[in-house]
Ligand binder design. Sequence first.
Ligand code: CMC
Length: 393
Amino acid sequence: TGAFTFDPGFTSTASCESKITYIDGDEGVLLYRGYPIEQLAEHGDFLETCYLLYYGELPTPSQRKEFDKNITYHTMVHEQMTRFFQGFRRDAHPMAVMVAVVGAMSAFYHDSTDINDARQREIASHRMIAKLPTIAAMAYKYHIGQPFVYPQNSLSYSANFLRMCFAVPCEEYVVNPILARAMDRIFILHADHEQNASTSTVRLAGSSGANPFACIAAGIACLWGPAHGGANEAALEMLKEIGDPAKVPEFIAKVKDKTSHIRLMGFGHRVYKNYDPRAKIMQKTAHEVLTELGIKDDPLLEVARVLEQAALSDPYFIERKLYPNVDFYSGIILRALGFPTSMFTVLFALARTVGWISQWKEMIEDPNQKIGRPRQLYTGAPRRDYVPVTQRG
Ligand code: CMC
């Protein structure tokens, strides 16, 4: 078999060196470029986090101004791209649209696909950070049959995104700053998470020299699955299905019965064997948003609370170190903001784009970078000779 180790699921294999994100799963610590996630979520904003992840330091005031200018310069998509959307069935899942449209960016922005040119790499990165909200909002508008809303650069990144999703031409739309702040915080919490499945996908795709738009499209495809970015959608569907706090014990019993193959969505993590620090901030944000919207006694929040308590005191979850992860409470907030579940993973993709592109940049700039090429343990048939079809019985 050769001299290599067999590590299904890469549970103990480091695929790269990185200076971007640090996680201590036992202690429940998450740092972006050394800064605790709690501090960034409380005091920073998403664009600042983008700068930090991408360039490695928090921006000075003049760097911040320049960065804002570069990002807002790219917020619109090429007008021809708006027609690309018309090719989809009108009820297409917005994630299907995201994979395709982001992939198609390499066909629209040829002047930033040369990965050997540092300036082109930077422009492609700015374009993706700037255009993903526009594309995500367009995917949503197309899905619900409303006209596209163009970006408004005088607004903050998240306020502009909410406006592109929820404004309609026949009414004035005023962005609620508390809700925009909550959206921004959700983006900060999802911005990077070291070598998760989608980030590893982006790095693997990029290791062959593929252009950055194609690499990010690959990341979006990987993120779609329910064990990864699709978990927020699945978590909310689960809370809806339970529906009533009184039904929590019955549901927990089903999860514990392995033959049911039901998992508690929004619970457990490959790296965190303690409370996911993002889940704590998410829980607090959920309360803030519901209070702002005057939603008292949200039944789903109550189901979530009872479910969390029941799981955290149950030996099954204690023994396996299963705690709420980032997705347990995010669905409650996104639903309150007005997003349908089909948009949840899209929002994750939007936020994670900066993490993917920062990881891609780090890899491309590494002089020791080589194509990712895992090996396998072959367990198939031994060598055998071909038999013509007429002689096969
Ligand atoms: N509910 C019930 N049991 C679980 C769960 C869960 N959510 N997660 C893990 N387990 C059990 C699993 O059945 C196994 O039990 P046993 O040892 O008896 O076979 C044990 O815990 C270890 O599970 P694993 O599948 O080996 O753990 P993993 O590190 O491969 O999986 C995970 C990590 C996140 C895929 C998993 O915990 C899961 O499926 N969670 C639900 C989906 C979810 O919330 N995903 C979002 C993750 S955070 C955001 C992101 O990364 O996208």
